[in-house]
Design a protein around this ligand. Structure first.
Ligand code: S3P
Length: 444
């Protein structure tokens, strides 16, 4: 869904204690992968708990355009009849990935080693984001790309007719880049080796192994070395998508800062490549207990009991960044309510997300009366010990996480906070408004 509809301003008002159970929808990263990997398997993959956010719906549509049969059977229940590795057909029209960097980058990887061409586009946010980080390694397989300046969308990718395997070290911590290379490697003969110096979310490795790819991960001093043997036949799977820890972050952080709150958030991922926010909140003094640890949908999960807490600022270890990269916006909101400053270093990847998230958070927090410091790779928030003025309208730059972060802020600030456009929330967390209202949040 490209372009962007009429802006929908939303306002959060100071709220009474949040209470109840927050049932978080399916994980966005795993939902994209379930559809794409299902499309590359031979036979029918069955999915439950699929996130029906716009980003994932755009990926479902793209998989149909490449020839897979993707059917919705009921809420969250989908099936994908795959075409096999290398079986993608050439789409008849432009592939529109809407707001989704994960969607477009993973799909480009998947088609890069087939003898077909496709043109990709997206909304105004996605068209600003760098694609060279994916098209550079895909060129090593033999794919060619023709994009706008800096490799931006719209971009045409011409897949390699005779792909060769590659050896590649990702230049930035990015699961999207790693995954695009692994997906391209599926249809290249021989062995592709991807090295990442810092561990990023490992859903592709776990799920590809489940689908029958021949993949081996070695943890070395130089980082994770992933070796994939090309041209396997992928077996269809039954995928139960676990809940999204990045969506859970919003009610969890709201409960931490709204006085008197006490909520339960069941089934939050404890996958260490994803859950960096939670130890960080605990270090800040958040009252969170991790109950009933178990496995769900192949991921370690726990039920989180979260109570309002008094917080102190901390220095977030930079090496933790890849495991909580999507959570810095809402963490910086929590930091505004803490006593003392919270220092977030090593976060320059935030500048190339759905918006420049360092800039968006810095400007919004300042407008809400919070002092910040920033440089290219750092955000420092000077906490006000609970008394955050609010009372501003914040620009969200077509970024769902910026919108949700400032709505969370407005639940505990002295004056209401308005976001100029809440519509992008539907890309990742379509039931955010209802879920928060059910907990007692006053968001209009
Ligand atoms: C994602 C990887 C991360 C993350 C994004 C989802 C994924 O991006 O920010 O929301 O599903 O692989 P990068 O790969 O750019 O770090």
């Amino acid at each position: 869904m490209s372009g962007h509809g009429t802006p929908e301003p939303m306002t959060a008002h100071r709220s009474g204690p949040l209470k109840g159970v927050a049932e978080i929808p399916g994980d966005k990263s795993i939902s994209h992968r379930a559809l794409i990997f299902g499309a590359m398997a031979v036979g029918e993959t069955k999915i439950t708990g699929l996130l029906e956010g716009q980003d994932v719906l755009d990926t479902a549509k793209a998989m149909r355009a490449f020839g897979a049969d993707v059917i919705q059977h009921g809420p969250g229940a989908w099936s994908v009849h795959g075409v096999g590795v290398g079986g993608f057909r050439e789409p008849e029209d432009v592939i529109d990935c809407g707001n989704s960097g994960t969607g477009v980058r993973l799909i480009m990887g998947t088609m890069a080693t087939s003898p077909i061409s496709a043109t990709f586009t997206g909304d105004a946010s996605l068209r600003k984001r760098p694609m060279g980080r994916v098209t550079d390694p895909l060129a090593l397989f033999g794919a060619q790309s023709y994009g706008r300046k800096g490799g931006r969308l719209p971009l045409t990718l011409v897949g390699a007719a005779n792909p060769v395997p590659v050896q590649y070290t990702t230049p930035m911590p990015s699961a999207q880049v790693k995954s695009a290379v692994l997906l391209a490697a599926l249809n290249a003969p021989g062995e592709t080796v991807v090295t990442e110096r810092e561990a990023t979310r490992d859903h592709s490795e776990r799920m590809l192994a489940g689908f029958g790819a021949k993949l081996h991960v070695e943890r070395t001093n130089a980082g994770n070395v992933i070796t994939l043997q090309g041209q396997p036949e992928l077996r269809p799977q039954v995928v139960a998508v676990p809940r999204d820890p990045s969506s859970a972050a919003f009610p969890v952080c709201a409960a931490v800062i709204v006085e008197g709150s006490d909520i339960l958030v069941p089934g939050v991922s404890q996958n260490t490549t994803r859950n960096g926010l939670y130890p960080t909140l605990v270090e800040m003094g958040a009252d969170i207990t991790f109950e009933n640890p178990r496995e769900e949908g192949g991921e370690p999960v726990a039920d989180l009991r979260v109570r309002a807490s008094s917080l102190k600022g901390i220095e977030v270890p930079p090496e933790r960044a890849p495991s909580m990269i999507d959570e810095y916006p809402v963490l910086s909101v929590v930091a505004a309510f803490a006593e003392g400053k919270t220092v977030m270093r090593g976060v320059k990847e935030l500048r190339v997300k759905e918006s420049d998230r360092i800039d968006a958070m810095a400007r919004g927090l300042e407008a809400c009366g919070v002092t910040i410091e920033e440089d290219e790779d750092t955000l420092i928030v000077h906490g006000l010990g609970g008394k955050v003025p609010g009372g501003a309208t914040v620009a969200t730059h077509i970024d769902h996480r910026i919108a949700m972060s400032f709505l969370v802020l407005g639940l505990a600030s002295q004056k209401p906070v308005t976001v100029d456009d809440g519509s992008p929330i539907a890309t990742s967390f379509p039931i955010f408004g209802k879920l928060m209202a059910d907990l007692g949040a006053d968001i209009r």
